[in-house]
Design a protein around this ligand. Structure first.
Ligand SMILES: Nc1nc2c(ncn2[C@@H]2O[C@H](COP(=O)(O)OP(=O)(O)O)[C@@H](O)[C@H]2O)c(=O)[nH]1
Ligand SMILES: [Mg+2]
Length: 350
């Protein structure tokens, strides 16, 4: 999974990137470099299984974070940001909003940035339609007409100033559009970057932005990027202490990743064995057969059954004999819908 951090210049993108990705990039500069980092998805369940089993290796799921570069001349107008193709390939956008500086206008900034995404998609679709129409004229090829009509409807939607995220499409309509990677169609996590002394008011602040939140589309998180970026450099013990003092329940990286998973409809299942304990990311609704394929195509091909234990039962009962005695190991077939936190042993035969 790839998450792209975007936002206005000096909104704290790099600061938040440092906080969520545990990096130490220079902040307050206008460097053109895209920062990137592969981040382990924090998973207390995986840690607990590793404690129980002492496997040789522990493999977390990972997420790639991209931090948008500083701006060149073009971007001097408010809200403009540079976005490369790489940002189009992200699964969701993390929009960092300045809510820390005096005179900050977070609501206005959010709408400026959303407008920008809409504009970028508009330009892209204009180009596609023009090319398609020219081709139809030249070759008489009518196969793409249905898609052209769909793109036209997208354009009308964008013309009303609305992001494609809110454009209701059937799965069949969605399919041909996916490849275009429209920016305004990507799930959006808004990160309000607040000042150090505003931390006690985060709940109230989150509530006043509540109207922006809609399940699996848009969500909001309040963080103080500056403090969070400093926390990253501390040892566990010291960090815990600071967080308690500041009233920070979970580090920004956990909160941001958790919300991104929810936005994208993702869950994790776990496998544990002699060589390694491993967390795997899948979409909600994935059946056991496909989940097996996430590990290896051989396991998918030779699938016999899945032996499933809910994490909470592992946590409570700790050993397989105890789990079996309590009747908590379920034998499931190909069509079993995998649940978040399932610990699965796949039986297969090739
Ligand atoms: N007081 C305060 N300053 C911040 C915070 N986040 C970022 N800044 C400052 O804002 C400036 C720009 O930050 P940076 O992360 O480089 O912004 P970017 O241009 O969006 O990447 C730097 O001087 C940061 O120290 C914050 O939460 N509180
Ligand atoms: Mg930056």
């Amino acid at each position: 999974m790839k998450l792209a951090i975007i936002g206005k210049p000096q909104s704290g993108k790099t600061t938040v990137f440092n906080a969520v990705a545990g990096q130490q990039e220079t902040v307050g500069d206008f460097s053109k470099a895209i920062h990137r980092a592969l981040v382990k998805v924090p998973d207390r369940r995986l840690e607990r299984l590793a404690d129980l089993f002492q496997p040789r290796k522990v493999t977390h799921a990972t997420i790639e974070f991209l931090d948008a570069p500083g701006l060149s001349g073009k971007g001097k107008q408010a809200g403009a940001f540079e976005i490369g193709d790489e940002f189009r390939l992200s699964d969701a956008l993390v929009m960092v909003i300045d809510a820390f500086s005096p005179g900050a206008q977070p609501l206005a900034d959010i709408s400026t940035l959303v407008d920008e995404l809409i504009l970028l998609d508009h330009v892209l679709i204009d180009g596609i339609i023009e090319k398609r129409e020219r081709k139809i004229k030249l070759t008489g090829d009518k196969t793409g007409l249905k898609e052209l009509e769909l793109l036209g409807r997208c354009l009308t939607w964008l013309d009303q100033g609305k992001p494609l995220l809110d454009f209701e499409l059937t799965d069949d309509e969605m399919k041909p559009l996916r490849g275009f990677q429209f920016l305004s169609q990507k799930p959006l996590l808004i990160v309000l970057n607040v000042a150090e002394d505003a931390l006690p008011q985060t709940d109230g602040l989150a509530q006043s932005f509540g109207h922006l939140v809609s399940p699996e589309r848009r969500d909001l998180e309040v963080v103080c990027g500056k403090i969070e970026a400093e926390l990253v450099g501390l040892q566990d013990e010291e960090r815990r202490q600071f967080m308690d003092e500041l009233g920070i329940a979970a580090p920004a990286t956990e909160k941001v990743i958790q919300k991104a998973y929810a936005l994208l409809g993702l869950i994790s299942f776990l496998t544990v064995g002699e060589p390694d304990a491993h967390a795997w990311t899948i979409r909600k609704g994935t059946i056991a057969h496909q989940a097996a394929g996430a590990i290896h195509t051989d396991i998918e091909r030779g699938f016999i059954r899945a032996e499933v234990v809910a994490f909470d039962d592992y946590d409570r009962l700790e050993t397989m004999p105890a789990i079996k005695a309590a009747g908590k190991m379920k034998l499931e077939g190909k069509d079993y819908v995998v649940q978040d936190g399932d610990v699965i042993l796949f039986r297969f035969n090739i």
